[in-house]
Design a protein around this ligand. Structure first.
Ligand SMILES: [Zn+2]
Length: 378
């Protein structure tokens, strides 16, 4: 258990407030942390009773839970027990007893326009724009069928998105749905996608003309994760198609999530002398994909997987000279270069919905483009 912060401030001649922040570490329990914060036994009992009265389950206390103690004149005045960004319990002193209540963090969803310009990496571009880096992952998901965020991103590329932000007290807690996004890049060209709700309630992305953004196969077998490095550094993925061993090598740090590029059935998941830990998935159109040298396999033979399901983590097992993912594709049993394949898009919007879609997409497009013009003409 670690004391994160201890601060004291003098409010009056005799009124001293002390705040202590504590965190549950592995193998801690709530009582242990309460004692370590300086509470005596009757107070520990009273606080635990107050928590229990709210339905607090002590067995679910876990490492990372945060406790904030406020002492007034050396007596516990308030305790906030925070489990996640949304869940918190509060214990308050009322006279000579303690009362607990479960608090729900006040939060609201706001619509915002985010603009990123890539200098060294998407991750750094997010930080430079004052956003949480998670926005990079969120945006890579929107473009997963058309843009390989490991390979296609270049210096100077620009992204804009109309995105939901879940905000509490002025702080962004997380990103919600991306309603519209555009990407302008030297390798990628210009891409634009709009989220649209279909009559059955499902939501998916369509291009400006109502074509589906989805394809049967993703652009890359690597889920975009936190790649700290930028261009030219050791871990910037190097990609090449190697004819001799029939696949594409993605140089990527061990532990990068690998996902199935399409729906299918796992036909192989296990050890191979050359391929190390490897997974192969059979798809439609007599296509099969294989993922080699994994550090971790997370599927079993016979298992159905969906597009974007994480099947393992990249590594350097088997005959491998360094951390990389070897990605292979077969069509009718013959190896093909996955980088050269053209995959069909999912069904377009039915004609009857085009009018409604255009109306909604146009409204979003104004927000995407307005920001762009503001930047273009300083
Ligand atoms: Zn290889």
């Amino acid at each position: 258990m670690i004391a994160i912060l201890v601060s004291a401030c003098v409010l009056g001649a005799t009124d001293v407030t002390v705040v202590k922040n504590r965190r549950l570490e592995p193998n801690d329990n709530v009582a242990k942390v309460l004692y370590a914060a300086g509470l005596d036994e009757p107070t520990v009992d009273a606080v635990q009773g107050a928590l229990r009265a709210t339905g607090f389950d002590f067995k679910k206390a876990r490492a990372g839970d945060q406790l904030r103690f406020v002492f007034r004149d050396q007596q516990l005045d308030a305790l906030d027990y925070r489990r996640s960004i949304f869940t918190e319990w509060q214990v308050r002193r009322e006279g000579d007893r303690y009362l607990g209540k479960k608090g729900q963090l006040e939060k609201e969803t706001q619509l915002a326009v985010v603009e990123l310009t890539v200098d060294t990496s998407v991750w750094d571009a997010a930080k430079a724009a004052g956003e949480k880096p998670e926005i990079a992952v969120t945006l890579s998901d929107v473009f997963a069928w058309d843009i390989d965020f490991y390979r296609d991103v270049q210096k100077g590329d620009r992204m804009r998105a109309v995105v939901e932000k879940v905000v509490s007290k002025g702080r962004v807690l997380e990103y919600g749905n991306v309603l519209a996004a555009s990407y302008v890049g030297s390798t990628v060209g210009k891409k634009k996608s709009f989220r649209y709700r279909l009559p059955d309630g499902s939501e998916t992305y369509f291009l400006e003309d109502g074509t589906s953004a989805r394809k049967t196969f993703l652009k890359t077998p690597l889920k975009f994760a936190h790649v700290t490095s930028g261009f030219g550094s050791r871990f910037h993925p190097i990609l090449k198609y190697v004819g001799a061993h029939n696949g594409v090598d993605y140089g990527t740090p061990t532990g990068t999530p690998v996902w199935s590029v399409a729906d299918g059935t796992v036909v192989r998941a296990g050890w191979d002398k050359g391929g190390g830990n490897m997974v192969c998935v059979r798809h439609v159109m007599s296509l099969e994909t294989c993922y080699l040298h994994l550090s971790k396999v997370e599927v079993k033979e016979g298992q159905r997987v969906q597009q974007k399901a994480v099947i393992g983590e990249s590594g350097s097992t088997g005959l491998s000279t360094g951390p990389h993912l070897h990605f292979a594709m077969k069509r009718g049993g013959m190896f093909v270069n996955p980088l050269n394949q053209n995959f069909p898009r999912a069904d377009p919007l039915p004609k009857t919905l085009i009018g409604d879609f255009r109306e909604k997409a146009d409204a979003l497009d104004v927000q995407l483009e307005a920001k762009s013009l503001a930047r273009a003409e300083p």
